[in-house]
Structure formats: C-alpha cells, structure tokens
Design a protein around this ligand. Sequence first.
Ligand SMILES: [Zn+2]
Length: 497
Amino acid sequence: METKKQRLALRRWIGKEEERSYLEVPFAVDGPVERIDIAYRYERGGAEKTVVDIGLRSPERIVGWSGGAREAFFVGTEKATPGYLAGPIAEGEWAVLLGAYKIPEGGAEVIVEVELARPHGRWMKGDLHMHSVHSDGGYTIEQAKDSCKARGLEFMALTDHNTSSQNFAALAPDEQLLLVPGVEMTSYYGHANVLGRPDALRDFRVTTSGQADGVLGEARERGGFVSLNHPFCPSCPWELGFDVPYDAIEVWNGPWRALNERALAWWQAQLSQGRRVIALGGSDTHREDRFVKHGRPTASVWTESDTVQGVLAGIRQGRVVLQFNPDETCMALASGEYGIGDTIPRHAIGEQGAVPLTIDVCGARGDRVALWSDRGIEALWDIALPASAEAGEWETEAAQAGGWSVQREIAAILAFDASEDKEGCVPAIPAGAAAESGVAPRMAETENGRVRLHFQGSADRLFYRLEARRVVEGLDQSVVTCLTNPVYIGRAEDTGA
Ligand SMILES: [Zn+2]
C-alpha cells in the first residue's frame, strides 16, 4: 500500500546577523498531495527574547502568513487554517517562510516539521439535509457549522428551502468542514434536495409531475444530484410520482420514525424489482431540538479525496452508509475488492455462483444485524452488548436529561413520532418481525466493539445490503441504528465493475 503521509524534519540555524530578514526553508512536493501540515518550534526563553514568524509559499505565490500567532497550520485542497489559502497543491518547490524578527546574540535554531498527505480513500461523515436562517431555520451559517463540528462531522449541506443564498454565503474554506452546495426544492406536492452545485435549481414552482420533470431534469443538467426527500412524510410526502428524474431517495429523515420505515420498505421493493436506487439520509435540522440533531442520521460517504467533488462522487456511486449518530453502529459490506455501491461483475463470480461476503460491524451494542437481499432477510446476527459498554453520546445526553437508558430514548422518539404521525399508516416494524423471516439469529461476540462476520452469498441474488436495529425492550419495537447501500450482483448486461 502506498504511504498516505510523508514527514520531513527540517532545521534552520538563524544567526544574529539575519535578524529582521525573511528566510526560506524549501521542500519539494512530488506527485499528488492533498494537504500540507506545518509545525515549528524554537527556544523562546532567556533575557534576549527570540521571535521567529512563519508563513508558506507555493511554487507560485505566498499562500499565507501567521506571524508569531500560531505554532502549527495547514493548507489543503479545500480546507485551510484561517490566514492561509486553500487550493490545489501544485508540484514543485515550496518553502516555509521564516521571519527572523528578534534573534539573540548567540543565534537560534528553528525546527520545522512538514507533513505531506497524499490523496487516499476514506469514509467521511456528514449531514446532507439541514436549514439555516437563509430559510426557516434558527441557525446562522456559523452556528450550523459549529454544531456540525461539535458532532464530529466533516461535511454538511445547507439545503435551505428554494434558495441558494446560503451556498454563496458559505463559500469560504473551513478548517474542518466541507460545504456541499445544496437546496431543498420545496413545493406543495413534495420536497427534493439538489446537491452539488450552488445554483442548480432555478425554479421551484412545481405543481404537476410534468413540471417536476422539467425542473428536476434541468437541475441535473446543471450538475445537480437529486434526492427525493421524506417521500412518505405524513405532512409533506412526494406526490409527483417516481417517474421524474432523480438519483436518490431520502429513506432516513431525522430520528428513526414510521415515515422512514415506509421509505425503507418502498426502497427494498424497488431494489427487489431490480432497480438501483441510492438511499440517502439527513437530519433536516432546523433549530436546537431534543431529538432532531445534526448528524442524526449521519451519512458516511467513501471518498477518494478530501474535497466536495470527492464526496459527491462517492454519493453518486452509492458508497453511502447511514448511521443513527456519528458515533453509533457502523457497518461495511464487501465481497473481495467490491464494496458498498459497487457491482460485482459476472466475470468475478466463479462457476459455482458463490458470492463470499464479509461484514464488519463496529460500535454495535445489542444490535440485531440483518443481511437483506431481493429475497428478504438472508441472515441475522445478534451483536452481544460488550461487558464494558461505554455510554455513547445519545446515552450520555439522555442520562444528563434525567437518567434515561437507550431504550427510553428510543421509546421517547417513538412516542414523539406517534404524536406527529396522525395518520399512523404503518407502525415501526415490531421487533418480532425478523422471526417471521424464518431466519434464526446467531450470536456474535465483539472484540473491542468490533466484529467480522462471514456469509456465503449467491450470484442468483440481485443485491445484498445490511440493516442494524436496536430493540426497545417492553415496547416490541425497534429503530434502525445503521443502514448500508447495497453491493449489487452483476447481471448479463453489466459490463465490467
Ligand atoms: Zn423537506
């Protein structure tokens, strides 16, 4: 495996005679680099105070100067420390700039550490649905960013209703977050997120399927990725049909509730008919709330680079896992080199038609993991509660709010849902439903909260996907804690991967 990071330790002796001059400590950037981290130190003490300032230049220009204010900083393709410019990292000779402001008689040694990070594949966590003061949300953009950062997220989409002003207001690079441009087309007949281009949606006024065709089609032509939001929401469902142009379905909106249960069942039916629809989720957070929070659910997306386009490419490939919270149950599903969102090509499947599957689960605490295909549930595992189960964020929060357990938190969400969902069309799936599949659950012990499971799949299935649920004891109900997009089995018409 190619090393992701290259570290350089550089030294520069500064003589008294160099005081009040600018010096360069050069280093080379060879090949693709997505981020440069720099730290420096020198002896500051003594009667004769030493002050060495710092900055950075690329092969083309000065990219930033922090004087004596910071001991470390970074520049990345789309993120940077304040005072530095984010941007593509050019190959060639770079230099750390040192300002020899105050140097003692005996001189001073400066140690500079440079770390070059190569682009590499990784999962990044974010929230693809939220609102700010640019529509009916309570958060300013800065407050929404701070809340997402506090939740440990790495990207966010401000999907204000029928406007793009939030995207233009949030253009400046951040240190931690990637801002995915977004807008929620909000009509009286349904809502849809358009992600990826700041101004992809030109008109939201849709009252017929024909108009939705035109408006969403144009948004896609302008580079937008279209997700039909909360399609089975009792108060604002999608009523314009599913023949309109779209790329994904928001199967998980906010806390796990009946409307999500309905969307999940619809999605499963589509997949079972051979359609390939990407499942997304987003918190739809508008303001501070007991249950609705940034990153609930979290969308974990596989990206090959720390960029918005990388995240969008991962979403377009269906490399998306949804989690109840940023630090809750996470799962991965793979068959050899093919993972979530991929299609296993026919040529990679042996004559016996076996599809060996590897399942990785982390952070599960008493969850029941189900492996689904177009035939329904294929296997079930009960993940044992680790003996030293550390309380997760939602448990801690719940405890602070009055000593609630996970189960009572779930019960509260379900009660909240029942009060909101006046139509009550479909209740949450009873915990006992899995038993009806005729599949007996197996116990799986975790090691440090992690467990690897194996299953011998079959090429006569259309897909495999994972779903983890936590049961509410005494309520005979469960909530989804993690949901993966499928790994698809190649069909005759699929060529290559
Ligand atoms: Zn909406």
